[in-house]
Design a protein around this ligand. Structure first.
Ligand code: NAI
Length: 338
């Protein structure tokens, strides 16, 4: 099948080209993100493959359908950037990669916690300047601390196993979590307010939906234990960034590790090092010594990239042959209302 790839980067192009040897699809690479402004590039392609910061809103989907596209293959687990109701109305099939390597994201979550706690990011910069002082680098033992996980799907569970290994006490916020699963993973199920009040570290692993947008707002931040650490490898808009700034400025929040940011679209995945950063909230967040930001790279392992490519190319083959798409198909009813 002829597929137009948008927002392509060297890392995913290499993984897809290698995996495609077994599929033989015709892949065309476009660097721009897929938006209403760039959708013309997709004209005549029966399939498009899109990434997390493309904007598949109603007008963009309408233009895709008008240009002859029938399949939208998301090379991501998240699908919050697609107007699924409009896709259904237009008869566009949407597929995603529901699971590629939960471990990749869970391990990056642990990397953020460890780096922030033991101040590895600061120590690295210091030692390179031949400053071997330890002042200001005091961390805490993870052993015995309380880690709250919000969302116990594939990634939340992989994260739970890691922190259990560190000897942490684990709280779980997820209405879908079964009692026997909680027991098996050493999790204590609690509601969000209790998790906020008790956690030394709170980590977000829920999808972004109308119901989870700004799940961590000013009120939630105020409920957190003073000095606690907040980690987000889910989606940026799970946290109200302005409220996060205020909680950091006041000193109430101890640290924040972010792999995603509410306004990352058009910023993350780009080299803007020669430019003036226009996002004042992001610029301010980057000034805190107790904030560590990575640019949506939690998924970025060789294993994950290979699995994303194989699952996506297999879904495209199945669509082309009219075979069932099973768990990779995304439907409008999967988005829970607030
Ligand atoms: P999943 O679908 O396996 O699990 C999500 C869990 O969240 C489910 O158990 C569900 O019951 C729970 N949940 C939904 N709403 C909730 C709420 N309001 N409160 C508590 N729990 C709630 O998803 P998976 O694979 O674990 O991924 C989670 C999210 O991580 C994705 O939706 C995606 O946005 C993000 N992600 C980020 C990546 C990165 O590179 N930073 C890579 C992959 C995923």
């Amino acid at each position: 099948m002829r597929i137009a790839f948008f927002d392509t980067h060297r890392f995913d192009r290499a993984a897809f080209e290698e995996a495609n040897a077994a599929f033989g699809h015709a892949l065309t690479w476009f660097e721009p993100r897929l938006t209403l402004q760039t959708v013309g590039l997709a004209a005549g392609f029966p399939g498009v493959c899109s990434f997390v910061n493309d904007r598949l809103d109603g007008p963009c989907l309408q233009a895709l359908a008008a240009g002859g596209t029938r399949l939208v293959a998301l090379r991501s687990a998240g699908f919050n950037h697609v107007d699924l109701a409009e896709a259904a109305r237009l008869g566009l099939t949407v597929v995603r990669v529901p699971e590629y390597s939960p471990q990749a994201v869970a391990e990056h979550t642990a990397a953020l916690v460890l780096a922030l706690n033991r101040k590895v990011h600061r120590a690295y910069a210091r030692v390179r300047e031949w400053n071997f002082s330890l002042d200001g680098l005091v961390g805490f033992d993870l052993h015995g601390k309380t880690v709250a996980l919000v969302g116990l799907g594939r990634i939340g569970r992989a994260t739970a196993r890691i922190f259990h290994g560190f000897g942490c006490r684990l709280l779980a916020v997820d209405p879908q979590l079964k009692e026997e699963d909680a027991r098996g993973l050493h999790l204590e199920p609690v509601a969000l307010p209790e998790a906020l009040a008790r956690a030394d570290i709170l980590s977000l692993h829920v999808p972004l939906t109308p119901g989870t947008r700004h799940l961590i707002d000013a009120a939630a931040l105020a409920r957190m234990k003073p000095g606690a650490m907040l980690i987000n490898t889910g989606r940026g808009a799970l946290i109200d960034s302005q409220a996060l700034l205020a909680a950091l400025k006041s000193g109430h929040l101890g640290a924040a590790g972010l792999d995603v940011y509410e306004e990352e679209e058009g910023v993350f995945f780009q080299d803007l090092s020669g430019q003036v950063l226009q996002d004042d909230v992001l610029a301010r967040l980057l000034t805190f010594p107790n904030v560590l930001i990575t640019a949506h790279q939690a998924f970025l392992t060789r294993e994950a990239l290979g699995a994303i490519a194989r699952t996506t190319l297999e879904s495209i083959r199945r669509f082309e042959r009219g075979e069932p798409l099973d768990a990779t198909e995304v439907r409008a009813e999967q988005v829970l209302p607030r």
